[in-house]
Ligand binder design. Structure first.
Ligand SMILES: *Cc1c(COP(=O)(O)O)cnc(C)c1O
Length: 356
């Protein structure tokens, strides 16, 4: 990692001084540099680091028309000792390859991904905020770049990594509606892949829900709208009868890294966990008899987003807001402490870039 063979073209006009680290709106500032690599002649060519900026493209570029575009969302944290931690790099890389395979796109080796990302973060390490709960959000994206109007699998691709400093993100408690008309995806579809089209397709139902006064939708299975899948663009978890319950993964559910981290930590905290189907009937009963004590979304951006109410078949149910003893607050703090090195990383989740 110390000796880089990557070509690096440094910017002569750093934008760092313009960043107001006290007010970091998500995605407002993009860091100085980006990684770019091209897939041509059947293989990934060497990645390079160049100043962040526009890329030339043809309007016939296949990703625009037929949707071969996948991405990742991950974070790097400033640790207590001043070094930088790219959290769960390996798992994000593995998921990127799963998404790529589903979309007939070429996989990226772990070595290439790790080297390019570490060099980028090392070069732009001053962009990693040092304030509590803040981080550098990392956005790898791969898209079909061939210019051709016929429907086909692209022969060429681009892999880009951008980063943006983000503040501590506290989600206001969500008001949800169970979505029993639209679907985000269906089993056998692309729901488990982090591909662009899943987002485009989810915008409209979410807009409708927002117009009705909700913050997000609780997605249900495509067949009967009877079982819970996810919330918005996050995985969903419940605490019911003192157990952490979350829908078991299937092809319609994204295999969230935060979901995985929280399930692992729950087990290590001796908090019982269950991954299984959760029906609306069970959810409604839990809300009526009070055995459901917590509901929250989990994902890289917010870590944990509390849910304050859910509308099921026309009935609104409220859920107590979390306090310091709530599982979601304890597990979130535990996760943050692992990321900054305050507690031991027993699971080998931290990928540390030495800048000190
Ligand atoms: C990215 C994403 C999540 C959360 O995954 P993390 O790896 O925890 O960030 C959940 N659901 C969907 C649909 C997503 O795109």
């Amino acid at each position: 990692m110390s000796q880089s063979t990557m070509r690096i073209n440094k910017t002569s006009q750093s934008q760092l001084a313009k960043v107001d680290f006290e007010h970091l709106d998500f995605g407002k500032y993009v860091s100085d540099h980006m990684v770019v690599a091209n897939y041509t002649n059947g293989k990934w060519q060497d990645a390079e680091i160049i100043p962040y900026g526009d890329l030339p493209m043809s309007p016939a570029m296949l990703s625009l028309h037929y949707g071969q575009s996948v991405f990742e969302g991950m974070k790097a944290f400033k640790m207590m000792d001043g070094n930088i931690n790219i959290f769960r790099l390996k798992k994000h890389h593995a998921r990127l390859n799963k998404s790529l395979a589903r979309m007939c796109m070429p996989e990226i080796s772990e070595a290439m991904f790790t080297n390019a990302l570490s060099e980028l973060v090392k070069l732009d390490h001053l962009w990693v905020p040092g304030t509590d709960g803040a981080s550098l959000y990392i956005r790898p994206v791969v898209f079909a770049s061939e210019a051709r109007l016929g429907v086909k699998i692209s022969d060429t691709y681009k892999f880009v990594i951008m980063t943006t400093p983000v503040g501590p993100y506290f989600s206001k408690p969500y008001k949800l509606k169970v979505e029993d008309h639209y679907v985000r995806t269906a089993e056998g579809g692309t729901g488990f892949a982090k591909c662009a089209g899943n987002y485009g397709g989810a915008f409209y139902p979410t807009l409708v829900a927002k117009d009705e006064g909700f913050d997000q939708v609780l997605w249900t299975d495509h067949k009967d709208h009877q079982y819970i899948d996810e919330v918005g663009m996050m995985n969903v978890m419940f605490v019911m009868n003192e157990k952490l319950i979350t829908p078991a993964l299937n092809t319609a559910i994204l295999d969230g890294v935060t979901r995985d981290s929280i399930l692992s930590l729950a087990r290590q905290m001796n908090f019982p966990t269950e991954e299984r189907k959760i029906s609306l009937t069970e959810l409604e009963e839990g809300l009526q008899n009070g055995s459901l004590t917590e509901a929250f979304g989990v994902g890289t951006a917010a870590v944990v987003a509390p849910i304050q109410s859910i509308r099921i078949h026309g009935n609104d149910y409220t859920i107590p807001l979390p306090d310091d003893n709530s599982f979601q607050v304890r597990v979130k703090n535990h996760l943050l402490d692992i990321r900054t090195g305050e507690v031991e990383d027993r699971n080998d989740w931290n990928y540390i870039i030495k800048v000190k």
